[in-house]
Design a protein around this ligand. Structure first.
Ligand code: FAM
Length: 434
């Protein structure tokens, strides 16, 4: 299988590189940790290697060292499409090589062979009330597949440690192959009276998802989903969802257990849920002023949000210190295809006003928009108006990056993660003894 062959060819090089780093530079100090960092979410403390993607604070995410613009240009596209095939993206994330179109298609073909979702997943999702959380359904559906884990089986059959990555990769391809239908099933159950649509094996990954949620008639929505999945596939291995999955995986929990845990983190309002909150904030703003608001109205509304002790969703970032290039990519998509859409124009007007207001607070480190500032407006344009579903779209995409990180961790035999915790009394005595 194509991904296994590529990783197999490179795995000894990765292992040697890691072993050499540890052997020759194991004592090299790369960071000191301050009391403030311990109390502030270990912010900025390097705790992880993330060769698959890296967030450059001033320029945004790079996948395998390619910027978003480079990726959009260089990854292969299916005939008639302007946006890369998801299969090619997965190839690049899993291995450090830009694929050809035929390799991208091979990954997509592999997904098609493995796309059948076990019935029990649907039963688990059906056991939720219709108004249950879409993210809880997604996480539970993913979790349930742990019983089919090939890694777990291999582990219990005493497969050697050096081969753990193979069954982890196998599980990862199964999981990512099934994700579009699981995500679509949740959408249809919650918002389309449970009218389910069978997958169409002729379609690529993104277009098939669009088809299964009833948007197959609009080729532009498939284009949006190719872009959306690409932009949300990964954001370094230290954010809440990726790091959670990595941590759980480090205990040799299988990919389903790890990814379900990651999805639970993604469901938080400061992380993946922000795109839902951002769209709701935009909609409230738009309806409150009965149309596209003026700059003064946006200013009034944003200040009220802050006075109420709330954050302005879609703005700010823990690492980025610039306008998120993913925001820019989405803005260009909307400008090219529906510049007059009223919610998009509202989001653009907010972009002109909100950074200045956040700067005035004197505490927000990054006043610029992140990708969530536009996600919802774009989905809304195509009639995907159920904002409580947006994090599922994020989760569908993020599984590509998270599974790649976990496969890499198994390939280089990363050990169980176990940082150290101290008591406040210990910190006080360390300080007083200085
Ligand atoms: N609106 C109002 N206040 C904000 C703000 C925003 N958009 N962004 C940051 N702040 C505040 C923040 O709450 C903190 O206030 P306190 O000191 O009173 O607690 C202060 O500014 C310093 O925060 P920071 O260091 O600049 O940001 P953090 O690293 O603590 O937090 C975010 C980063 C993303 C959680 C934060 O910017 C935020 O809450 N933004 C709005 C929610 C959002 O858009 N999340 C999406 C994140 C996205 F990347 C994702 O995961 N999908």
């Amino acid at each position: 299988m194509i991904l296994e062959d590529r990783i197999e060819a490179n795995v000894s090089v990765w292992r040697e590189r890691v072993a050499r780093m540890i052997k020759e530079y194991g004592d090299f100090v790369i960071s000191n940790v301050t009391v403030q960092q311990i109390y502030s979410g270990i912010r900025g403390v390097p705790i992880q290697v993330s060769d698959i993607s890296f967030v450059d604070p001033d320029h945004g995410i790079r996948y395998r060292d390619y910027s978003i613009n480079e990726i959009l240009k260089l990854l292969p596209k299916a005939p008639g499409s302007k946006y890369p095939m998801v299969g090619g993206l997965y190839y690049l994330l899993m291995d450090n090589e830009l694929p050809t179109l035929s390799k991208a298609k091979e990954v997509e073909e592999e997904w098609k062979k493995r796309a059948t979702v076990p019935d029990y997943v649907f039963k688990i999702i059906d056991s939720f009330p219709d108004d249950g959380s879409a993210m809880a359904m997604l996480s539970a559906g993913v979790l349930s597949m742990s019983c089919d884990s090939k890694f777990s089986k291999a582990y219990h059959e005493s497969v050697g440690k050096n081969d753990y990555w193979k069954s982890t990769l196998d599980d990862s391809i199964d999981l990512t192959a099934r994700m579009p239908q699981i995500a679509a099933y949740i959408y249809n159950k919650k918002y389309r009276n449970n009218q389910q649509i069978d997958p169409d094996p002729k379609l690529d990954y993104a277009a098939n998802f669009a088809h299964m949620i009833g948007k197959g008639d609009d080729p532009l929505y498939s284009e949006l989903m190719r872009l959306f999945i690409l932009l949300h596939a990964d954001h370094e291995n230290a954010n809440v969802s990726a790091h959670t999955a990595h941590l759980v995986g480090s205990a040799l929990s299988d990919i389903y257990l790890s990814c379900s845990a990651g999805l639970n983190g993604l469901a938080g309002p400061l992380h993946g849920l922000a795109n839902q909150e951002c769209c709701n904030w935009l909609l409230d703003l738009y309806h409150f002023y009965q149309g596209i608001p003026s700059k003064e109205q946006i200013e009034e509304y944003a200040r009220k949000t802050l006075e109420d002790g709330k954050v302005i969703p879609g703005y700010g970032h823990a690492v980025l210190r610039c306008t998120d290039p993913r925001f820019t990519a989405e803005m260009e998509f909307a400008k090219a295809h529906f510049p007059d859409d009223e919610l998009f124009r509202t989001a653009m007007a907010v972009f002109e006003v909100v950074p200045g207001i956040l700067m005035e607070t004197g505490k927000v480190k990054n006043p610029w928009p992140n990708v969530d500032a536009l996600n919802g407006a774009l989905q809304y344009h195509f009639g995907v108006t159920e904002t409580d579903y947006y994090t599922v779209l994020f989760g569908l995409s993020r599984m590509l990056g998270i599974t790649s990180h976990v496969v890499f961790a198994r390939a280089v035999n990363k050990p169980i993660e176990r940082p150290k915790a101290l008591t406040t009394r210990m910190l006080e005595s360390m300080i007083s003894e200085q």
